[in-house]
Design a protein around this ligand. Structure first.
Ligand SMILES: [Zn+2]
Length: 294
């Protein structure tokens, strides 16, 4: 959904609340504290009180936004919806300064909203990769450097002596990518990551010659492309994951390079989310309905 569609579909707070309620509860509002359906609507007129209910059982009051990313927000929901749509549709990544200008927010508010949206995008998906899987690692953060990691002569030294953050990823060809910040790139850690994200029995792993992949390589079909010699050998290549790294890096260096590495996991999660749902018919509705699963 683009901005105009969001504004037409959700012209005011009430329409936003109605939508969230239908996604979270269907026709039957339930108390967010005790789960009871014996609830009364309070018919508030003040904008930030619209959608408030009282529970007859536990006597608490609640809204559909309880325990979601919209919990206790003072921001009109329409702005949230616009922010979600803008972030999903941004080709690279959106800066909080840009969002602040677009939605007339202050920059810190925009930044906080975006971090919450990214945190939602980072919720673990139930997707398990299978089939042909490419795994690789990369580094982000710090200044962009011209020197390709492929120029590193000693693969065992990867990640050492750099201020950059190591990110490990695996992608199913034609399917999802799963990537995360890696504490280290030892064979054991890489094996844990691959076993966590992929169905080892139903997959073939494609990697470069880095020795860290040999441990998991003993437990599944493993094809190695030696990048010192060539980049593609028939089906054996890591071009898909390399393509994802370049998306991630474009977003990172174009927009977020001045932020702390503490937030790297959230930016990685955003890039994965956008990659995984790039062909989805309605990512906005998917995002909202996932955000209502508590
Ligand atoms: Zn209750």
């Amino acid at each position: 959904m683009n901005l105009l569609e969001v504004m037409e579909r959700f012209p005011d707070q009430e329409s936003c609340i109605k939508f969230l309620e239908s996604v979270r509860w269907g026709d039957e509002p339930k108390c967010t504290h005790c789960g009871s359906n014996r609830v009364n609507s309070r018919h508030e007129r003040k904008e930030n009180l619209i959608g408030r209910y009282n529970c007859q059982d536990c006597k608490a009051s609640f809204k559909v936004t309880c325990n979601t990313i919209f919990h206790r927000t003072k921001m009109p929901l329409q702005k949230w919806f616009l922010a979600i749509s803008l972030m999903i549709n941004a080709k690279k990544s959106l800066s909080s300064h840009q969002l602040a200008r677009d939605l007339e927010l202050n920059q810190m508010t925009a930044w906080n909203m975006m971090q919450k949206i990214r945190a939602e995008m980072s919720k673990k998906s139930s997707v398990l990769l299978k089939g042909i899987i490419e795994a690789d690692e990369t580094y982000i953060g710090g200044k962009p450097r011209k020197r390709n990691k492929r120029a590193d002569d000693e693969p065992v030294k990867r990640g050492r002596g750099t201020s950059k953050t190591a990110v490990i990823g695996a992608v199913e060809r034609g399917g999802h990518v799963i990537a995360k910040v890696a504490d280290d790139l030892t064979g054991q850690s890489i094996m844990r990551f691959i076993k966590d994200v992929a169905s080892v029995d139903e997959s073939e792993l494609m990697t470069d010659e880095y020795r860290g992949y040999l441990t998991i390589g003993k437990e599944m079909k493993h094809h190695i492309i030696n990048h010192k010699e060539q980049y593609v050998d028939g089906d054996v290549h890591t071009n898909t994951i390399e393509g994802f790294w370049s998306l991630l890096k474009r977003a990172w260096y174009g927009t977020h390079h001045h932020y702390s590495v503490v937030y790297t996991p959230l930016y990685v999660a955003e890039a994965c989310y956008k990659y995984n749902y790039r062909n989805h018919e309605n990512v906005f509705d998917k995002f909202i309905s996932d955000s209502m699963i508590i």
